[in-house]
Ligand binder design. Structure first.
Ligand SMILES: *Cc1c(COP(=O)(O)O)cnc(C)c1O
Length: 337
């Protein structure tokens, strides 16, 4: 048996999704004429209580476009040190937006209004102008940790009071909603921008949507074009996104249950020194032996995973991980490493 736990990006389109893609009505989206792309953008915006959406090839692009829209060169943004926008987007904050980054050390990637407030620069020619706060929900490097909407409200209030924009890297926002029970539509009230990935847990082959007000999206469309992200008959991809929103949101709790089973199985093992709580679909754990050795042994049993540090391994569950495979992994984890 083989199973791929490296990421929730490794999923393949299901037969139903492929059928939706084949049948998509398409047009040239750079001319605004792809009705399936337009439908996806509207659907996603409505879902989150936002005015408008912009379909982009990747979550990195939606985040980078948002940062460009919400800052001016020489500004500074505030984010947690674990955040994807800072760590895993190739230094794009500096390159694309000429913006510096003030890093906070949150709880598994989650920051609070109390932590943010003293880091907002006073108006002074020496200091970069603080103009944006970026939150991530769930936090990838926090092992899928979640903010509840109630945790976010004080941050949104502070941003409003200080004139800062607030962006959400919601690559796994649906995993967070499945965990917290918060409603998607309430999110639009608290954020200026939201990135939603369709190609992570939702299982679409490609794509993310940036959500914001109409004016921001109008400018974001320009920025996307400059970055080379203007796609033509992208409706085939957007159709997969629409299908994912209709069919793959409810099932995320299955991935969460699978992650919990794996975390429980790891907890008792002598070769494991620490298991982070598995709040959603990510399990981070530390190994006594170097991670590369453990990964090699897992691979010899058909289990693919990644390390995120010298002694840390990440398992990610997703729609191509089935109950029988979870049973098999549990059996393997009980062996010697
Ligand atoms: C995957 C991911 C993204 C976007 O990644 P792409 O591979 O560019 O689509 C953004 N933020 C987080 C937290 C992610 O996990």
């Amino acid at each position: 048996m083989t199973v791929d736990l490296r990421s929730d990006t490794v999923t393949k389109p299901t037969p139903g999704m492929l059928e939706a893609m084949w049948g998509a009505k398409v047009g040239d989206d750079v001319f605004g004429e792809d009705e399936t792309v337009n439908a996806l953008e509207e659907k996603a915006a409505k879902l989150f209580g936002m005015e408008a959406g912009l379909f982009c090839p990747s979550g990195t692009m939606t985040n980078q476009v948002a940062i460009k829209c919400f800052t001016q060169p020489l500004d500074e943004l505030i984010a947690d040190q674990a955040s994807h926008v800072y760590r895993y987007e190739g230094g794009g904050i500096a390159f694309n937006s000429a913006v510096s980054t003030r890093l906070l050390n949150g709880d598994r990637g989650r920051i609070t209004a109390e932590m943010i407030a003293p880091e907002i620069n006073a108006e002074n020619v020496h200091y970069p102008r603080t103009s944006l706060v970026v939150l991530e929900n769930t936090v990838n490097k926090g092992g899928g940790s979640c903010y509840k909407l109630d945790d976010i409200k004080p941050i949104a209030a502070l941003c409003k009071q200080k004139g800062l924009k607030l962006h959400l890297d919601g690559a796994r926002i649906f995993n967070a909603l499945a965990n917290t029970g918060d409603g998607a539509a309430d999110y639009g009230k608290y954020f200026d921008g939201i990135s939603v990935c369709l190609s992570k847990g939702l299982g679409a082959p490609v794509g993310s949507v940036l959500l914001a007000d109409k004016e921001t999206i109008k400018y974001a469309r320009r920025v996307r074009k400059v970055l080379g992200g203007g796609m033509r008959q992208a409706g085939f991809l957007a159709a997969a996104g629409i299908y994912a929103l209709d069919h793959h949101v409810e099932r995320l709790k299955i991935d969460h249950a699978h992650a919990q089973i794996l975390a429980d199985a790891l907890n008792g093992q002598s070769w494991v020194s620490y298991v982070m709580p598995a709040d959603t679909n990510i399990v981070l754990f530390d190994t006594v032996a170097p991670a590369i050795e453990v990964l090699q042994k897992l691979l010899s049993k058909g289990i693919r995973a990644n390390s995120t540090d010298t002694h840390r391994i990440r398992f990610v569950t997703h729609l191509d991980v089935h109950p029988r495979q979870v049973e098999y992994i549990v059996e393997v984890l009980g062996q010697e490493f």
